[in-house]
Write a protein that binds this ligand. Structure first.
Ligand code: ZN
Ligand code: ZN
Length: 347
Protein backbone atom coordinates (compact mmCIF):
# COMPACT_ATOMS: atom_id res chain seq x y z
CA UNK A 1 0.00 0.00 0.00
CA UNK A 2 2.77 2.40 0.98
CA UNK A 3 4.58 1.61 -2.26
CA UNK A 4 1.48 2.46 -4.30
CA UNK A 5 1.09 5.70 -2.35
CA UNK A 6 4.68 6.75 -3.10
CA UNK A 7 4.33 5.70 -6.73
CA UNK A 8 1.26 7.94 -7.01
CA UNK A 9 3.27 10.80 -5.51
CA UNK A 10 5.68 10.48 -8.43
CA UNK A 11 3.22 9.68 -11.22
CA UNK A 12 0.50 12.29 -10.58
CA UNK A 13 2.78 15.38 -10.54
CA UNK A 14 4.52 13.90 -13.64
CA UNK A 15 1.17 13.62 -15.42
CA UNK A 16 0.24 17.17 -14.44
CA UNK A 17 3.59 18.49 -15.66
CA UNK A 18 3.20 16.63 -18.98
CA UNK A 19 -0.24 18.26 -19.36
CA UNK A 20 1.17 21.71 -18.65
CA UNK A 21 4.00 21.19 -21.11
CA UNK A 22 1.72 20.26 -23.99
CA UNK A 23 1.61 23.15 -26.48
CA UNK A 24 -1.76 24.93 -26.67
CA UNK A 25 -2.31 23.75 -30.27
CA UNK A 26 -1.92 20.04 -29.41
CA UNK A 27 -4.97 18.02 -28.32
CA UNK A 28 -5.62 14.41 -27.33
CA UNK A 29 -6.46 13.35 -30.86
CA UNK A 30 -4.68 15.90 -33.02
CA UNK A 31 -4.47 19.67 -33.14
CA UNK A 32 -6.53 22.78 -32.43
CA UNK A 33 -6.43 26.50 -33.18
CA UNK A 34 -5.48 28.10 -29.86
CA UNK A 35 -6.35 31.76 -30.51
CA UNK A 36 -9.28 33.29 -28.63
CA UNK A 37 -12.34 33.90 -30.78
CA UNK A 38 -11.67 31.04 -33.20
CA UNK A 39 -14.94 29.37 -34.14
CA UNK A 40 -14.75 25.73 -35.24
CA UNK A 41 -17.22 24.75 -37.94
CA UNK A 42 -18.38 21.19 -38.52
CA UNK A 43 -20.73 19.25 -40.75
CA UNK A 44 -23.80 21.21 -39.59
CA UNK A 45 -22.26 24.46 -40.85
CA UNK A 46 -21.11 22.81 -44.10
CA UNK A 47 -24.72 21.68 -44.62
CA UNK A 48 -26.00 25.20 -43.88
CA UNK A 49 -23.55 26.66 -46.44
CA UNK A 50 -24.36 24.19 -49.21
CA UNK A 51 -28.10 23.82 -48.60
CA UNK A 52 -29.08 27.30 -47.42
CA UNK A 53 -26.50 29.70 -48.87
CA UNK A 54 -25.88 27.96 -52.17
CA UNK A 55 -29.14 26.15 -52.97
CA UNK A 56 -31.72 28.44 -51.39
CA UNK A 57 -30.01 31.85 -51.56
CA UNK A 58 -27.89 31.12 -54.66
CA UNK A 59 -24.70 32.49 -53.09
CA UNK A 60 -22.52 31.15 -55.92
CA UNK A 61 -24.03 32.88 -58.94
CA UNK A 62 -21.16 32.88 -61.42
CA UNK A 63 -20.77 30.34 -64.22
CA UNK A 64 -17.09 29.63 -63.63
CA UNK A 65 -16.75 27.67 -66.89
CA UNK A 66 -16.97 30.94 -68.78
CA UNK A 67 -14.21 32.64 -66.75
CA UNK A 68 -10.64 32.46 -68.04
CA UNK A 69 -7.56 34.55 -67.25
CA UNK A 70 -4.74 35.66 -69.53
CA UNK A 71 -1.74 33.38 -69.01
CA UNK A 72 1.60 34.90 -68.04
CA UNK A 73 5.11 34.31 -69.36
CA UNK A 74 8.18 32.65 -67.94
CA UNK A 75 11.51 31.54 -69.33
CA UNK A 76 12.16 27.91 -68.30
CA UNK A 77 15.76 28.01 -69.64
CA UNK A 78 16.50 31.08 -67.47
CA UNK A 79 14.84 29.48 -64.44
CA UNK A 80 16.87 26.29 -64.92
CA UNK A 81 20.15 28.20 -65.22
CA UNK A 82 19.47 30.79 -62.47
CA UNK A 83 21.58 30.40 -59.33
CA UNK A 84 21.67 33.98 -57.98
CA UNK A 85 18.51 35.96 -58.64
CA UNK A 86 15.56 35.83 -56.27
CA UNK A 87 12.58 34.84 -58.42
CA UNK A 88 9.03 33.73 -57.77
CA UNK A 89 6.77 32.18 -60.41
CA UNK A 90 3.05 31.60 -59.83
CA UNK A 91 2.28 28.12 -61.18
CA UNK A 92 -1.37 28.50 -60.10
CA UNK A 93 -3.46 28.29 -56.92
CA UNK A 94 -1.02 28.01 -53.96
CA UNK A 95 1.83 26.56 -56.04
CA UNK A 96 4.86 28.82 -56.39
CA UNK A 97 8.29 28.12 -57.77
CA UNK A 98 10.62 30.13 -55.53
CA UNK A 99 14.31 30.55 -56.27
CA UNK A 100 16.06 31.90 -53.20
CA UNK A 101 19.82 32.08 -52.74
CA UNK A 102 20.38 29.25 -55.20
CA UNK A 103 17.67 26.90 -53.89
CA UNK A 104 14.68 25.86 -56.01
CA UNK A 105 11.59 25.46 -53.85
CA UNK A 106 7.99 24.53 -54.65
CA UNK A 107 5.09 25.42 -52.34
CA UNK A 108 2.05 23.11 -52.10
CA UNK A 109 2.67 21.72 -55.60
CA UNK A 110 -0.35 20.60 -57.61
CA UNK A 111 -0.11 19.83 -61.32
CA UNK A 112 -3.21 17.58 -61.34
CA UNK A 113 -6.38 18.44 -63.22
CA UNK A 114 -8.51 18.32 -60.08
CA UNK A 115 -8.01 19.15 -56.39
CA UNK A 116 -9.84 16.02 -55.29
CA UNK A 117 -9.45 12.45 -54.02
CA UNK A 118 -10.78 11.14 -57.35
CA UNK A 119 -9.88 11.98 -60.95
CA UNK A 120 -13.46 12.18 -62.27
CA UNK A 121 -15.01 14.68 -59.83
CA UNK A 122 -14.15 17.61 -57.59
CA UNK A 123 -12.83 21.14 -58.24
CA UNK A 124 -11.30 21.28 -61.72
CA UNK A 125 -8.55 23.61 -62.94
CA UNK A 126 -9.64 26.73 -64.79
CA UNK A 127 -6.11 27.42 -65.96
CA UNK A 128 -3.34 24.95 -66.80
CA UNK A 129 -0.25 24.95 -64.56
CA UNK A 130 1.91 27.97 -65.44
CA UNK A 131 5.02 25.85 -66.02
CA UNK A 132 5.11 22.53 -67.79
CA UNK A 133 6.16 19.98 -65.13
CA UNK A 134 8.92 18.65 -67.39
CA UNK A 135 10.43 22.13 -67.78
CA UNK A 136 10.86 22.76 -64.06
CA UNK A 137 14.37 23.42 -62.79
CA UNK A 138 15.78 20.75 -60.48
CA UNK A 139 13.84 21.10 -57.24
CA UNK A 140 15.66 21.10 -53.87
CA UNK A 141 12.78 21.48 -51.42
CA UNK A 142 9.00 21.21 -51.29
CA UNK A 143 6.96 23.03 -48.65
CA UNK A 144 3.61 21.48 -47.69
CA UNK A 145 1.27 23.59 -45.55
CA UNK A 146 -1.46 21.01 -44.75
CA UNK A 147 -3.24 18.01 -46.20
CA UNK A 148 -6.25 19.51 -48.01
CA UNK A 149 -6.47 18.28 -51.60
CA UNK A 150 -5.71 21.67 -53.14
CA UNK A 151 -2.39 21.78 -51.18
CA UNK A 152 -1.26 18.17 -50.88
CA UNK A 153 -1.60 16.40 -54.22
CA UNK A 154 -0.29 12.83 -54.06
CA UNK A 155 0.19 12.44 -57.83
CA UNK A 156 2.37 15.55 -58.01
CA UNK A 157 4.40 14.54 -54.94
CA UNK A 158 5.05 11.08 -56.40
CA UNK A 159 6.13 12.63 -59.72
CA UNK A 160 8.51 15.00 -57.91
CA UNK A 161 10.03 12.21 -55.82
CA UNK A 162 10.48 10.10 -58.98
CA UNK A 163 12.11 13.04 -60.80
CA UNK A 164 15.03 13.24 -58.38
CA UNK A 165 15.87 11.67 -55.04
CA UNK A 166 17.45 14.66 -53.33
CA UNK A 167 14.29 16.73 -52.78
CA UNK A 168 13.59 17.42 -49.11
CA UNK A 169 9.87 17.57 -48.34
CA UNK A 170 8.95 19.88 -45.44
CA UNK A 171 5.68 18.97 -43.73
CA UNK A 172 3.85 19.87 -40.51
CA UNK A 173 3.43 17.29 -37.72
CA UNK A 174 1.56 14.14 -38.65
CA UNK A 175 2.27 14.14 -42.38
CA UNK A 176 5.57 12.24 -42.31
CA UNK A 177 3.80 8.88 -42.25
CA UNK A 178 1.62 10.01 -45.15
CA UNK A 179 4.74 10.73 -47.23
CA UNK A 180 6.26 7.37 -46.26
CA UNK A 181 3.14 5.66 -47.60
CA UNK A 182 3.87 7.39 -50.92
CA UNK A 183 7.42 6.01 -50.82
CA UNK A 184 8.98 9.35 -49.81
CA UNK A 185 11.68 8.97 -47.15
CA UNK A 186 13.47 12.31 -47.34
CA UNK A 187 11.32 14.67 -45.29
CA UNK A 188 11.40 17.00 -42.31
CA UNK A 189 8.30 16.95 -40.09
CA UNK A 190 8.04 20.08 -37.96
CA UNK A 191 5.85 21.50 -35.23
CA UNK A 192 5.05 25.24 -35.12
CA UNK A 193 8.19 27.33 -34.44
CA UNK A 194 10.55 24.42 -35.09
CA UNK A 195 13.30 24.99 -37.62
CA UNK A 196 15.68 22.94 -39.74
CA UNK A 197 18.69 23.97 -41.81
CA UNK A 198 19.21 22.83 -45.39
CA UNK A 199 22.35 23.91 -47.30
CA UNK A 200 22.79 26.85 -44.91
CA UNK A 201 19.19 28.10 -45.25
CA UNK A 202 16.77 27.97 -42.38
CA UNK A 203 13.25 26.55 -42.79
CA UNK A 204 10.76 27.31 -40.02
CA UNK A 205 7.23 25.93 -39.65
CA UNK A 206 5.07 28.81 -38.40
CA UNK A 207 1.43 28.83 -37.22
CA UNK A 208 -1.72 29.36 -39.25
CA UNK A 209 -5.36 29.40 -38.21
CA UNK A 210 -6.79 26.61 -40.32
CA UNK A 211 -7.66 22.90 -40.12
CA UNK A 212 -6.89 19.61 -41.81
CA UNK A 213 -8.57 16.47 -43.13
CA UNK A 214 -8.87 14.41 -46.29
CA UNK A 215 -11.91 12.34 -45.28
CA UNK A 216 -14.88 12.68 -42.92
CA UNK A 217 -12.93 10.78 -40.27
CA UNK A 218 -9.55 12.49 -39.96
CA UNK A 219 -10.49 16.07 -39.05
CA UNK A 220 -7.53 17.94 -37.46
CA UNK A 221 -5.45 14.78 -36.90
CA UNK A 222 -2.46 16.33 -38.70
CA UNK A 223 -1.12 19.86 -38.26
CA UNK A 224 -1.43 22.90 -40.55
CA UNK A 225 1.28 25.54 -40.88
CA UNK A 226 2.89 28.33 -42.85
CA UNK A 227 6.60 28.43 -43.74
CA UNK A 228 9.45 30.87 -43.37
CA UNK A 229 12.62 30.42 -45.44
CA UNK A 230 15.64 32.48 -44.41
CA UNK A 231 18.46 32.71 -46.92
CA UNK A 232 21.70 34.69 -46.81
CA UNK A 233 20.09 37.72 -48.49
CA UNK A 234 16.33 37.23 -48.51
CA UNK A 235 13.49 36.16 -46.27
CA UNK A 236 10.37 34.47 -47.64
CA UNK A 237 7.02 33.81 -45.99
CA UNK A 238 4.47 31.36 -47.38
CA UNK A 239 1.07 31.41 -45.68
CA UNK A 240 -0.59 28.28 -47.10
CA UNK A 241 -4.24 28.56 -45.96
CA UNK A 242 -5.22 30.68 -42.99
CA UNK A 243 -7.82 32.88 -41.37
CA UNK A 244 -6.81 36.27 -40.00
CA UNK A 245 -5.18 35.73 -36.58
CA UNK A 246 -2.64 37.26 -34.17
CA UNK A 247 0.07 34.87 -35.40
CA UNK A 248 0.96 37.14 -38.35
CA UNK A 249 2.31 39.80 -35.98
CA UNK A 250 4.31 37.28 -33.97
CA UNK A 251 5.81 35.70 -37.12
CA UNK A 252 6.75 39.18 -38.33
CA UNK A 253 8.34 40.05 -34.98
CA UNK A 254 10.34 36.83 -34.83
CA UNK A 255 11.41 36.43 -38.46
CA UNK A 256 10.61 39.59 -40.43
CA UNK A 257 11.09 41.72 -42.33
CA UNK A 258 10.36 39.55 -45.35
CA UNK A 259 11.37 40.30 -48.91
CA UNK A 260 8.38 38.33 -50.21
CA UNK A 261 5.17 37.24 -48.51
CA UNK A 262 2.86 34.84 -50.38
CA UNK A 263 -0.63 35.27 -48.91
CA UNK A 264 -3.97 33.75 -50.03
CA UNK A 265 -6.65 36.06 -51.37
CA UNK A 266 -9.32 33.53 -52.47
CA UNK A 267 -11.93 31.15 -50.97
CA UNK A 268 -13.37 33.66 -48.47
CA UNK A 269 -17.15 33.71 -49.16
CA UNK A 270 -19.56 33.26 -47.45
CA UNK A 271 -17.75 35.17 -44.70
CA UNK A 272 -19.78 33.66 -41.82
CA UNK A 273 -18.45 30.24 -42.83
CA UNK A 274 -14.99 30.96 -44.26
CA UNK A 275 -13.61 33.76 -42.08
CA UNK A 276 -12.17 31.55 -39.28
CA UNK A 277 -10.01 29.66 -41.81
CA UNK A 278 -9.59 31.85 -44.93
CA UNK A 279 -8.56 35.51 -45.01
CA UNK A 280 -10.40 37.93 -47.28
CA UNK A 281 -8.30 40.20 -49.54
CA UNK A 282 -8.91 43.01 -47.01
CA UNK A 283 -7.51 40.85 -44.18
CA UNK A 284 -4.68 39.63 -46.42
CA UNK A 285 -3.44 43.23 -46.70
CA UNK A 286 -3.53 43.56 -42.90
CA UNK A 287 -1.59 40.27 -42.63
CA UNK A 288 1.05 41.67 -45.02
CA UNK A 289 1.39 44.75 -42.80
CA UNK A 290 1.54 42.64 -39.62
CA UNK A 291 4.27 40.45 -41.15
CA UNK A 292 6.40 43.39 -42.19
CA UNK A 293 6.93 42.35 -45.81
CA UNK A 294 8.10 44.27 -48.87
CA UNK A 295 6.35 42.42 -51.70
CA UNK A 296 2.94 40.78 -51.47
CA UNK A 297 2.51 37.76 -53.78
CA UNK A 298 -1.20 36.81 -53.98
CA UNK A 299 -1.95 33.08 -54.10
CA UNK A 300 -4.97 30.73 -53.74
CA UNK A 301 -7.24 32.32 -56.33
CA UNK A 302 -8.23 32.06 -59.99
CA UNK A 303 -7.43 28.36 -60.36
CA UNK A 304 -9.93 26.13 -58.55
CA UNK A 305 -13.47 27.12 -57.54
CA UNK A 306 -13.58 26.36 -53.80
CA UNK A 307 -15.90 29.04 -52.41
CA UNK A 308 -18.62 31.48 -53.40
CA UNK A 309 -16.90 34.72 -54.45
CA UNK A 310 -16.86 35.59 -58.17
CA UNK A 311 -13.47 34.62 -59.59
CA UNK A 312 -12.35 38.14 -60.49
CA UNK A 313 -13.34 39.64 -57.14
CA UNK A 314 -10.19 38.75 -55.08
CA UNK A 315 -7.65 40.79 -57.14
CA UNK A 316 -10.13 43.67 -57.44
CA UNK A 317 -10.78 43.79 -53.68
CA UNK A 318 -7.04 43.48 -53.02
CA UNK A 319 -6.11 46.49 -55.14
CA UNK A 320 -9.09 48.52 -53.82
CA UNK A 321 -7.81 47.87 -50.30
CA UNK A 322 -4.27 48.86 -51.29
CA UNK A 323 -5.61 52.15 -52.70
CA UNK A 324 -7.85 52.82 -49.70
CA UNK A 325 -4.99 52.25 -47.28
CA UNK A 326 -2.66 54.39 -49.41
CA UNK A 327 -0.08 51.63 -49.83
CA UNK A 328 2.34 51.45 -52.75
CA UNK A 329 0.60 49.35 -55.45
CA UNK A 330 4.02 48.46 -56.92
CA UNK A 331 4.61 46.21 -53.91
CA UNK A 332 1.50 44.11 -54.65
CA UNK A 333 2.56 41.76 -57.43
CA UNK A 334 -0.62 40.35 -58.93
CA UNK A 335 0.98 37.65 -61.08
CA UNK A 336 -0.69 35.95 -64.02
CA UNK A 337 -0.60 32.15 -64.09
CA UNK A 338 2.96 31.29 -65.10
CA UNK A 339 4.33 34.81 -64.61
CA UNK A 340 7.72 35.26 -62.96
CA UNK A 341 8.51 38.18 -60.66
CA UNK A 342 12.14 39.13 -60.10
CA UNK A 343 12.50 41.74 -57.31
CA UNK A 344 14.79 44.52 -58.49
CA UNK A 345 13.63 43.94 -62.08
CA UNK A 346 10.15 45.38 -61.72
CA UNK A 347 8.23 45.70 -64.95
ZN1 ZN B 1 -7.09 24.21 -46.53
ZN1 ZN C 1 -6.70 25.85 -49.86
Amino acid sequence: MARIFFLMLIIIPGMLMAQQKRPAHHSDDGFVNPWPGYEKHGLAQVARWILWDRLVKGSRREDSDSVRFDAGQNDPAFLRANRDALTVTWVGHATLLLQIDGLNILTDPIWSERASPVSFAGPKRLMPPGIDFKKLPEIDAVLISHNHYDHLDTETLKKLAAQNDHITFFVPLGLGAFLEDLGIQRYEELDWWQSVRLNGREFIATPTQHFSGRTLWDRDETLWCSWVVIGAKNRFYYAGDTGYFPGFKEIGQRYGPFTLAAIPIGAYRPRWFMSPVHVSPVEAVQAYLDLGARYFIPIHWGTFVLADEPLREPPRLLMETVARRKLNPENFRLLKHGETFIPGKER
